[in-house]
Design a protein around this ligand. Sequence first.
Ligand code: NAP
Ligand code: MG
Length: 430
Amino acid sequence: DLAIDAAHKSQESWSKSSPVERSTLLLKIADRLEVNLNEIAIAESLDNGKPIRETMAADIPLAVDHLRYFAACIRTQEGSLSEIDNDTIAYHFHEPLGVVGQIIPWNFPILMAIWKIAPALAMGNTVIIKPAPQDPLAVIKLGEVLNSIFPPGVVNVIVGSSPDIGAALVDSPDVNMISFTGSSMVGSKIMESGGKTMKRLLMELGGKGALIMTEDCDIQAAVGGIASVWGFHSGQICTAPTRVICHKSIYEETVNTLKATSEFMTVGDAREESTLVGPVITEAHRDRVEAFIQSGIDDGAEVIVGGERPNMNGYFVAPTLLAGCNPDMHVVKEEAFGPVVVVMSHDGDEHAVELANDSDYGLFSYVYAGNTTRAYDLGRKLESGNVALNSIAPHMYAPFGGFKMSGVGRDRGRWGLEAYSEVQAINWPS
Ligand code: NAP
Ligand code: MG
């Protein structure tokens, strides 16, 4: 209640600040994070268990870049577009929504926080952010930095270990929007209760990324792509290509190459530079991932790599490859949210698309084909918010969001900025 009250009180003056003022403050935050990169990266790694090489090279630098991107966006956003028909002109304006409640998951605390905070503040909203209870440390530190630069009440960080806290934000009539990243199950609950107060909603939910390989694709390139994300943050990412759909003629070679590549994935202490795969977030989550792997084995999948708990102190899961899977298996339908890749075979492009789209999710998918035209044609047929062609690299400012159970709305880029606005059109006769 105190956070909602503080966000309310500061909202009017914040929304009246000029875009240039807001942009300048966002740039200051970016500089401050860059200067304190080591400290925040270490807090993130210690709290979360993700390898220090990831937080230093990806999480924090990307967060800094997002701040600068939205700082630039808001300087050029202001000003209206005119639309002229025969006898009427309309100008439209993006207005801030007011108070935005932001609820984030534990897998990328700082990056998710900045994805949400930067565009919301740029647009003139005030925010209340709730990190996940498993790893709030770096976001608390971020809150200190933000509060040393923004006026009081503009950014509020709330923490706690009860789902009631997030639910209170969703239920409050004084919170105008909920921007949520997390599981589809919690997302559904939020949509249901948010409906009572007609919340504006941005939902970034689960994923089970399909990766199609045609018979003429570059197998080494595809396997290199899969392997580079397989153990990344111990597979706790919603966009990973964890559902490999490979042409039957290259199936064996693909499985063997994946197996050989997995030998380079060093599992270990997150603080070591040489570690590629750290622990998963909690003991409960390790148990969940292990049960997930076991269900695959029970359903008849063949364990090619991993499958056994590493003999180490900590909540480690070995990178695991399950082959011979079919679309009815739980391990094919659901997210592992751990370093688990499943492989199925297809007998042609049409079959590959059918298998890829046979999913409740549609967040990020991948196509590896002999040429870009074929990859493009396949990509356009996928029910997926993003598709990468002959690559696993995402464009950091492309619209990001899901089809189907993977979400509603789009983060990032101009879509991400406008998501935090109400649009008003002013009409008059010409
Ligand atoms: P989660 O269980 O859905 O929790 C996410 C957040 O929601 C946490 O802060 C949680 O806090 C809060 N929460 C739980 N119940 C709530 C309720 N009834 N009302 C309001 N807030 C509530 O997800 P997670 O386990 O942290 O993260 C993993 C999931 O996130 C995966 O499904 C993954 O695919 C998804 N994800 C999606 C994206 C994307 O951009 N699409 C990115 C990253 C992760 P409490 O636990 O304290 O309740
Ligand atoms: Mg949870």
